[in-house]
Design a protein around this ligand. Sequence first.
Ligand code: ADP
Length: 444
Amino acid sequence: MDRLADDSQVKQNWRGTVVRSLLLLVGACLLLGLFTGEYAWALATGLAIYLGWTLNQLRRLHKWLKEHQPDEPPPDGYGLWGEVFDSIYHLQRRNEKARGRLQAVIDRVQESTAALNDAVIMLDSNGNLEWWNRAAETLLGLKTPQDSGQAITNLLRDPRFVEYFERGSYLEPLELPSPLNDRRHLQFHITHYGNREHLMLVRDVTRLFQLEQMRKDFVANVSHELRTPLTVISGYLETLLDNVEDVNPRWLRALQQMQQQGGRMQSLLNDLLLLAKLEATDYPSDNQPVAVDLLLLSIKSDAQALSGERMHRISLEADPHLRLKGSEAELRSAFSNLVFNAVKYTPAQGEIHIRWWGDEQGAHLAVRDSGLGIEDKHLPRLTERFYRVDSSRASNTGGTGLGLAIVKHVLLRHRARLQIVSSLGQGSTFTCHFPSSQVARRLN
Ligand code: ADP
C-alpha cells in the first residue's frame, strides 16, 4: 500500500514539475517576445535552450550509467531530470538491498554445505564441475579453482565410476575406494536436477565397509574351519555304514540320519564359501566366451539324474551361436541352481523347459516349470540368504536357502538381472537377462 501511495505521489510530483517548467519556459519566452516584439524567435530560442539543457542532462546520465562505481549515487539534477535521477537512485538502492538479501541466503547455504562432512558437487548437463564444497576437496582431492569446468570423469578415472556416470541411471549408489587413499571407501549418489544437471553426494562409508568386510571374513573363516571336522565325521560315518553288519542294528537309522544331515551341512558350507568367494571381488577374473548351449546340455543331464524316478519332462531350446562373456564355473553354478530348483519344486512328471535366446536387448535364459509356484508376497525377498517360502518344503528337498542368493550374485557380477514370474499352483519362470555388452556371438 505504502509503495503504491509513494508511486502515485511521485507521478503527481512529476506532472507538477513538468507543467511548472513548461509554463515557466513559455512565460519567459512571451516576456522576451514582449520586449523584442519577435514572439516566434523568442519561443524558438527558449526551446533551443531547453533542448540543449535536456541533452546535457541526458549526457550526464549516460556518463554515469557507463562509468559509475558500485556505490556512487547518480548526478544531481534539477526539475524533471532531478526526478529521473532520484528515481534511478531509489531503484538502485532497492536492487542493492535485494541483492544483499539473496547473497546472505547464498552465503548461508554455502556455509552449511561447507560444514558438511559429505562431499556435495554440482555438475552441469555435460558432467563438468560447477561447484563443490570443502569436503569434496578432502574426499576426492578436487582443487579450487583449477578444477572448475573440468569433466568429472577426467578427475575420477576409475572405470567403474566412468561406467556408472555414463550409464545415466542412478537408482543404486556406487561404492568405490577413495582416489586419494584406497583404505577409505566412498559411496557415490547422483541425482538429476534442473536442466539435466547432476548433483553428486559422496559419503565416507569406510566404517560400514569394514563392518561388512568383518562379517564376510567371519562367515568365510567359520565355513572354512568347519569343513575339516565335518569331512572327518562324514568319513567315519561312511565307513561305519559301509560295514553295516558290524553295527548294532539299533544304531543304523541314527547313523543314516547323521550321514544325511552331514551331507546337508557340507552343501551349506560349500554354498557359504562360494558366496564368500563371489563377494570378495566385483567382477569375475575370467571373461572368456562361454558356450552356454553346451553348459545347459550338461546341466540338463544332471537335472535328469536328480529327477530320477520322479521322471520330470525336461526340454532344452538353446541358440548355439549365442555365447556369454564371463566365468563358466560361476554361470554353471547359477544356471544349475535355477534348473535344480525347478526339479526340486515341481511334482513328479512335471514339465521343465529351459530356453536360451538372444534379441536386441541382449541374451536371456529362462527356466520355466509347472511346479508349486510362489505367492507374490515372497517374490521380492526370494534372493535373500536363507529366505524360504516354506521351511518344511525346503528341508524335504535338502535345500540350503542360499541357491538364489548365489544366482543373484553371479548375475550381478555379469551385469545381469533376475526376473521371477510365478503363480501359486501353476508354476514359475526364472529369467536371467544379460545386457548386449556381455554377449559374444559365434559366427557359425
Ligand atoms: P533352497 O536351497 O531352499 O532351494 P533357494 O535360494 O534356491 O533356496 O530358493 C529359495 C526359496 O525359493 C526356496 O526355499 C523355495 O521355496 C523357493 N523356490 C525357488 N525356486 C522355486 C521354484 N522353481 N518353484 C517354487 N519355489 C521355488
